[in-house]
Design a binder for this molecule. Structure first.
Ligand code: ADP
Length: 252
């Protein structure tokens, strides 16, 4: 969080985080696949108090046509915060922060989408933050990844994303708002996961300061967290698929 303030606020009390979590514990995650009728794929996701929706459209024809790429699909990603998603009303529309988040998130998504299969086409990913509580970009990437699968977009793998923060001189997984605001560093990660294994880092940002050793620990912590998220993403997709199959059986 660029608005971080140095303060005396104690974030670790008796070896526990303010919300009672262990240092390496994720916030509760809820994932629902296929929540929007008009999108080709969609996902509603909660990560702690973050509530986000992702909608995927495409592959479809790109307009205006001069934006088409003759050899591969064009991926667009729009991260947007609802005016009511934060405490003080957020002025609607894009700002520097959301433009930057959209860009780095698109690059992460581009790592997994098989763009080469859809020349001249566009794949649009819209993510809307309904409620923000730190790590909204990671929640959005997790939702976007699931929505892409729901849309049937061919992918090389999944994107699973989580941040690590440094607070009161310790590293904590998946920081919530207070830890992000008053902590010493915030490092959002996104991983490209293929065949149930982390293959590469698709997004990495940081503000604040950590030692190189702490960074290595943060990476390990984030990888474990991302694998947990990945399992939940897969389960959510499977759950929808199973239900749909049962519905089909009922209809026949
Ligand atoms: P992320 O949400 O990905 O962690 P930041 O680190 O930029 O991104 O923001 C941390 C948190 O700060 C957000 O999740 C949100 O709760 C809050 N925040 C961000 N932008 C605003 C804003 N314009 N007004 C109020 N709060 C904001």
């Amino acid at each position: 969080d660029v608005n971080r303030v140095e303060s005396e606020m104690q974030l670790i009390v008796d070896g526990k985080r303010l919300d009672g979590r262990a240092f390496d514990e994720l916030r509760p995650i809820k994932i629902k696949v296929g929540v929007l009728k008009r999108a080709d794929g969609s996902c509603y996701l909660e990560m702690g108090r973050n509530k986000v929706v992702a909608a995927v459209y495409g592959p479809r024809e790109v307009h205006p046509r001069h934006l088409q790429d003759p050899v591969q699909a064009v991926v667009r990603y729009r991260y947007n915060m609802a005016p009511f998603s934060v405490e003080e009303r957020k002025r609607p529309g894009p700002d520097r922060r959301s433009v930057e988040i959209s860009k780095v998130s698109r690059e992460a998504i581009e790592a997994v989408v098989m763009k080469e299969l859809f020349p001249r086409s566009g794949i649009d990913v819209f993510v809307e933050v309904l409620q923000a509580d730190a790590g909204s970009r990671t929640a959005c990437l997790n939702a976007a990844s699931v929505a892409l699968v729901d849309a049937g977009v061919p992918m090389r793998g999944m994107i699973s994303s989580v941040a690590v923060a440094k607070v009161d001189d310790v590293l904590v997984l998946d920081p919530m708002k207070e830890e992000d605001n008053y902590g010493q560093a915030d490092i959002p990660f996104a991983f490209f996961i293929r065949n149930d294994k982390i293959e590469s880092i698709a997004l990495l940002q940081m503000d604040g300061r950590v030692s190189t050793d702490e960074f290595k620990q943060a990476l390990e912590m984030a990888k474990k967290g991302a694998m947990e998220i990945y399992k939940m993403q897969k389960e959510a997709i499977k759950a929808k698929y199973v239900v749909e199959q049962e519905e089909e059986v009922d209809e026949s």
